[in-house]
Design a protein around this ligand. Structure first.
Ligand code: G6P
Length: 475
């Protein structure tokens, strides 16, 4: 049955797993996007189109916990060219301030176009007349325009979960114009921050030559596109509930005990990605021990590195670098049963994450560039008693909202050392004052509010659209 709401994202909200009986099955992925979109999906008899990971070729649409899911099959060549190549070897580093060098390969681009078309055609198949289609993230930037050409009756929204770079960097992309035109197929293009939206509008004006006025772009055919910020968030109440559970309390004291009951526990949880600044933060922490500010008896750093994109070369190199550093630090500074860094290369369910957040005295989030960073918000949501310190990079989108964190420049190791030390030494009154303000922000701006505001803007814009007069060109 055709749907009134179609979600199109590179990933499905479930992962392919092997069940206890050895047969393949599905498990809800830990990400927050599902929680956000689920209520919207249920009210609009929605369907979610996405790639389940892997190379399965025979997957049929199915229902999971009341949600209609449509898996996209990709060949190994498509996974390599579209996902590992263009999405994660070209766009990911380019959009993250060129923290790593993006690779430009014409063959990857061809796969990107081909796979975007597969997603667009599948969406069209499932969209009812006049349906709303909400496309997600950098892997699918051509889908809005493809949809518009195939089905002008649709209302099309696009949301970019990662930063949108300034003109000076975006210009490197040989296919810059195609990407901009791809996005312009949408009625509403959402970004994490207003800076990203402004970068996009400016690029459209200069590179494509359309007229713009503030957040509105005027296309020659009379259609308008709006570009606005919608900072994403988390299921704050859900996380708080997990963190206050008896299971989390028990697990938390077990974790502290297993770490040897140190005075303070530092925590980092990140996908193992070069944008996250893991190396620099571990160095800063280890230097504080070396300098004698505290000892391995006093403090331990728990670093959870979630395996990610393991077949992409830059990620393999990064893993080796970090693991070599952890080995060296522990070898130099650790004692028997007392490593300076407790390193885990693994992913954990939400329950375990909540227990870790509950246990950590100081959460350290130091990306070189990050669209938002939900880990920072999850930590805040889990600090139900207003304790705990957050050390946060200025280059994470979350820093625009979590102003009371200890804000750091991850390129400045000495600055990071001072912030880590201050957070370590801060008295309870100071940490509570900061945490209380941050908790209020996260509770009031949760992921449900985010999804609602995007959908309202997308559907209200439909009625607004015809009323508007066309203002003069603004530069
Ligand atoms: C970021 C991206 C998402 C992506 C996720 C995990 O958050 O914005 O689109 O799904 O990383 O990466 P993966 O490559 O495993 O999907």
């Amino acid at each position: 049955m055709p749907s009134d709401l179609v979600i199109v994202a590179n990933r499905l909200p479930v992962d392919r797993v092997t069940l206890a009986d050895g047969k393949p099955g599905w498990r809800r992925s830990p990400g927050g996007l599902v929680t956000a979109i689920e209520p919207v999906m249920r009210t609009g008899n929605g369907v979610w189109i996405g790639w389940p990971g892997g190379n399965d070729t025979d997957l049929e649409p199915f229902e999971d916990d009341g949600m209609q899911l449509v898996p996209i099959s990709l060949t190994p060549e498509q996974v390599q060219g579209f996902y590992e190549g263009f999405s994660n070897g070209t766009l990911w580093p380019l959009y993250h301030d060129v923290v790593a060098k993006p690779a430009f390969h014409r063959e990857w681009w061809e796969y990107y176009v081909e796979v975007n078309r597969i997603f667009a055609e599948k969406a069209v198949e499932h969209a009812a007349e006049g349906a709303t289609v909400w496309v997600h993230d950098y892997q699918l930037q051509l889908v809005p325009q493809m949809l518009r050409e195939l089905r002008p009756d649709l209302r099309i929204g696009f949301y970019l979960h990662i930063p949108f770079p300034p003109q000076e960097l975006f210009q490197q992309l040989p296919w810059r114009r195609q990407i901009l035109e791809g996005l312009l197929g949408a009625d509403l293009v959402g970004f994490q921050l207003s800076g990203g939206a402004a970068n996009f509008v400016r690029l459209v004006r200069h590179r494509v030559g359309h007229k713009t006025h503030r957040d509105t772009i005027y296309l020659p055919d009379g259609r308008t596109v709006r570009a606005k910020a919608f900072p994403i968030s988390i299921d704050a109440a859900g996380f708080e509930k997990l963190a206050t559970s008896t299971a989390a309390a028990t697990r938390s004291s077990d974790i502290r005990e297993a770490l040897g009951n140190p005075r303070k526990i530092f925590l980092g949880i990140d996908r193992l990605d070069y944008t996250k600044g893991i190396y620099a933060r571990l160095r800063a922490f280890s230097e504080l021990i070396k300098d004698g500010h505290f000892d391995v008896e006093d403090a331990v750093f728990v670093q959870v590195a979630v395996p990610s994109r393991e077949r992409v070369e830059q990620y393999k190199v990064l893993r080796d670098e970090i693991e070599r550093l952890v080995g060296r630090i522990n070898g130099d500074l650790g004692r028997i049963g007392r490593p300076a860094i407790s390193y885990l290369h693994s992913s954990y369910p939400r329950e375990e994450m909540a227990a870790l957040y509950r246990t950590a005295d100081i959460m350290v989030v130091t990306p070189y560039r990050d669209g938002m960073n939900l880990v920072a918000k999850e930590y805040v949501a889990c600090r139900y008693d207003d304790t705990g310190a957050l050390v946060l990079s200025e280059f994470a989108g979350a820093a625009e909202e979590l102003r009371q964190a200890w804000l750091v420049n991850p390129y400045d190791i000495n600055g990071m050392k001072s912030a880590l030390l201050e957070a370590y030494q801060a008295d309870e009154k100071e940490t509570q004052r900061r945490m209380r303000a941050m908790r209020k922000q996260v509770r009031q701006h949760d992921v449900q509010a985010w999804a609602r505001s995007f959908m309202t803007e997308l559907t209200d814009g439909e009625h607004e659209h015809d009323k508007k007069t066309r203002p003069a060109h603004e530069d």
